[in-house]
Design a protein around this ligand. Structure first.
Ligand code: ZN
Length: 295
């Protein structure tokens, strides 16, 4: 098969149409078009850069697809579209900053090949249909692994989505970022995190080839990160119960302050602050320090 000449096909459809995948990056889509039509790597990109019009129109001609269809699948192609009714359809789609491989079982199911790069968001860490980890640490589709053996991860994912419903996406995104930095810092400092290590050991036993990978560690830390995210995202998450202010009598002994009668005992998880879960007799230094934040 001789390579197709894209310069000749600029205004006509290419022989092999490629269906766009939801939230696929433009780079990934063009790569798949190149592959399907036996084009040289980078040929289509050269033509697109030479054309003096938005890429979506050239792609729609090559694929014999309406431009709107491409934009609904890949909103980054619709920057020039300002119609309110059309933009309303794109509300809530991923922010165009982070991308990662899509669940390869989903892409194979849709005849799109094993590797598609998609724009993603912080809460898209597992595929709900296949329970594959697609979050932090995944560089290629071969890095993805199932989390069936650790229901804590799926439970945390549902908790994560509920937090977004309750507090809004941007607030939870900020909180999740802070919680991630804190948890990874604790792990890097102590190289031990009991609750996470229990999950890590289970996952490593299921997927020995992934052992020691960042993705496996990220999955193990995820429930702890979500738990801390819940506290940070909550409007009063960091409020700790007021502590009685001791006063001293003339003989030097401490007595209760007059405000002790109004002292509010912690009654909700948020009042008590975040506490890692796990075995109470753990020697984990991170658990010890965080479980006693006032010590
Ligand atoms: Zn999937």
């Amino acid at each position: 098969m001789t390579p197709h000449q894209p310069s000749q096909g600029l205004t006509r459809p290419l022989p092999m149409p490629v269906r766009p995948y939801e939230d696929e990056t433009t780079r990934s889509y063009i790569r798949r078009i190149n592959t399907a039509n036996a084009l040289h790597h980078g040929e289509l990109m050269k033509v697109l850069k030479r054309a003096r019009r938005p890429w979506v129109y050239s792609l729609s001609v090559w694929m014999e697809t309406q431009p709107d269809t491409l934009v609904l699948a890949m909103p980054q192609l619709g920057k020039h579209r300002s119609e309110p009714a059309f933009r309303q359809k794109l509300v809530g789609r991923p922010i165009r900053t982070t991308h990662s491989p899509a669940c390869h079982r989903c892409t194979l199911t849709r005849d799109a090949g094993p590797y598609i790069e998609i724009y993603t968001t912080h809460e898209r860490v597992i595929c709900p249909d296949h329970s594959l980890w697609i979050g932090e640490g995944i560089a290629g589709f071969t890095d993805q692994f199932t989390v069936h053996a650790c229901p804590e991860i799926t439970t945390a994912w549902h908790h994560h989505k509920n937090l977004i419903t309750r507090h809004g996406h941007s607030q939870v995104r900020r909180a999740f970022h802070i919680a991630s930095v804190i948890n990874w810092s604790w792990y890097d400092q102590f190289q031990h995190f009991t609750a996470a290590m229990d999950i890590y050991d289970t996952l490593a036993g299921e997927h020995p080839r992934q052992a020691n990978s960042k993705a496996l560690l990220a999955a193990a830390l995820y429930p702890s990160i979500v738990t801390l995210t819940a506290v940070i995202a909550h409007p009063i998450g960091w409020r700790t119960p007021a502590r009685p202010v001791p006063t001293f009598s003339s003989n030097g002994s401490a007595t209760k302050s007059p405000t002790d009668g109004n002292h509010r005992e912690p009654s909700t998880p948020c009042d008590t602050g975040w506490k890692p879960t796990g075995h109470p007799d753990s020697a984990d230094p991170t658990r010890f320090s965080r479980a006693n934040p006032n010590d």
